[in-house]
Design a protein around this ligand. Structure first.
Ligand code: TTP
Ligand code: MG
Ligand code: MG
Length: 441
């Protein structure tokens, strides 16, 4: 999952777990051929940049995207009837200082980032740092549309692309015209320019010998940057970076490394293999050893299939199963509808329906049940998710509710799996419960 988005209420989280289906093996190329050049391309301030296409009058200003969709829309909507969007006066946009609630920022323009605000920060906290920032609601359908559009530009030019989420991809430059010139800069420039011409959006590209280094390189000159990393740049450009810059080293691993006196990738490269394995185990230790040396032979994954699709939402205030029954019920039904819409839009059916709850004390529980038949139907999902809900304690107030559909298959015309579905495993069917018609919410 991308990374995975931290969106609140409106900014309901959509998640997909992915399994690898097709792997492109660019490593089997004969020795005599060109050197491997892999690009990582990431759009600049993606959601915010898409919004700025609609509201060009906000260019260069601090803008954050997030919060409750409805509240923000309510402020802009009346104006939309009067004027074209690009004529709406700055004073008529909602400001961060007026926001109250638990929403989080999905992203911020670079002008807003100068004030220290950024992704995943609470809007109330951000308002203290940059009260004058303009606040816009999220519009996922629009971001998906632009995501498709920029990826289509790329595959027209360079067909071997791995989709890494809404705003980023890996591209194999090795055999594409211009992909070797100036280390890949010529092709990167062409792709960047064509994306801008066709969508109005800017991106940053890193080109390197592999995915690991390309991912780091795409961040070097953001926004609108191109960075070329060659094998011989390792010491000068990679080793001074914090270990956290390695995709796969998160905050926990970073803290552990720091506890061992390792701050930079260069520090990590000083450690020998046995030492790393002793401290981090065989798999992680060996991986860290290679990563510190810029080694990564992972191929590009050209096609992937989701194994589950889910939506979850964090409430503006904690809700109680009894006292807030109507509100919870409505949110629950909407989540099921959204998951059903996601399934139908993507052309999948699933048969394991699950729920996730987070209580006021931040403890989480999940339950699931496996149906007899595959479905992408909102009512069926709602019914089954309601039964799962009966199996969790509901004395404590809730912060978050999520609905998930797993065991996915591509849907045929009869809305059943295209290929013969595998038998349901004992483990999965054991989670099923008897059907009952009364719902909790
Ligand atoms: P990113 O590529 O991480 O960020 P970005 O494109 O906004 O900015 P940058 O120029 O630094 O690449 O994420 C892509 C989109 O994903 C982002 O526009 C909004 C969304 N997102 C969230 O909703 N929550 C998050 O915590 C993050 C990191 C991203
Ligand atoms: Mg981005
Ligand atoms: Mg990204």
């Amino acid at each position: 999952m991308h990374p995975d988005f931290l969106d609140c209420r409106v900014a309901t989280l959509l998640a997909m777990t992915i399994r690898t289906v097709t792997i492109y093996e660019s490593l089997n190329r004969p020795m005599s051929e060109k050197i491997r050049r892999i690009a990582h391309l990431d759009m600049d301030a993606f959601y915010a940049s898409v919004e700025l296409l609609r509201y060009p009058q906000l260019s260069g200003l601090p803008v954050v995207i997030g919060g409750t969709r409805r509240a923000a829309d309510a402020l802009i909507d009346p104006l939309q009837q009067e004027k074209p969007l690009h004529r709406i006066a700055l004073d008529d946009f909602p400001r961060l200082k007026d926001y109250t609630g638990r929403g989080v920022i999905t992203t911020a323009t670079y002008a807003a980032r100068q004030f220290g605000v950024g992704s995943a920060m609470g809007l109330m906290k951000a308002a203290r740092l940059c009260p004058q920032a303009l606040l816009l609601p999220v519009d996922f359908p629009q971001y998906r549309k632009y995501s498709k559009a920029f990826k289509a530009v790329i595959t027209d030019i360079a067909p071997l692309m791995e989709d890494r989420g809404i705003d980023e991809v890996y591209i194999d430059f090795t055999d594409v015209p211009g992909g070797q010139r100036e280390g890949g800069r010529v092709l990167a420039r062409l792709i960047q320019k064509t994306i801008f011409e066709q969508t109005g959006l800017s991106c940053s590209v890193g080109v390197a010998p592999n995915k690991l280094l390309a991912k780091m390189a795409s961040e070097f000159n953001k926004p609108k940057g191109i960075s070329i990393v060659l094998e011989q740049d390792l010491q000068d450009r990679i080793w001074p970076l914090a270990c956290r810059k390695i995709n796969g080293i998160g905050p926990k691993a970073e803290a552990r490394l720091q506890g061992l006196g390792i701050r930079t990738i260069g520090d990590l490269a000083q450690k020998d293999l046995d030492w790393l394995i002793d401290h981090f185990g065989q798999k992680t230790g060996a991986w860290m050893f290679d990563a510190a040396r810029g080694r990564d032979d992972r191929p590009l994954v050209l096609e992937s299939e989701p194994v589950s699709i889910s939506r979850e939402t964090t409430f503006e205030r904690d809700l109680h199963a009894q006292r807030d029954r109507a509100e919870l019920g409505a949110i629950f039904t909407r989540l099921c509808q959204q998951v059903a819409d996601d399934l139908q839009r993507k052309g999948y059916v699933g048969k394991t329906i699950g729920i996730k709850l987070r209580y006021a004390d931040f403890k989480s529980v999940t339950r699931d049940q496996t149906l007899e038949r595959y479905t992408a139907d909102a009512k069926t999902i709602r019914h089954s998710a309601g039964l799962c809900l009966k199996r969790v304690p509901l004395q404590q107030a809730l912060r978050l509710l999520g609905v998930r559909v797993g065991s996915l298959h591509r849907a045929g015309p009869d809305l059943q799996p295209k290929a013969p579905a595998p038998p349901v495993s004992d483990a999965a069917s054991a989670t099923g419960v008897a059907a009952s018609s009364d719902q909790l919410f």
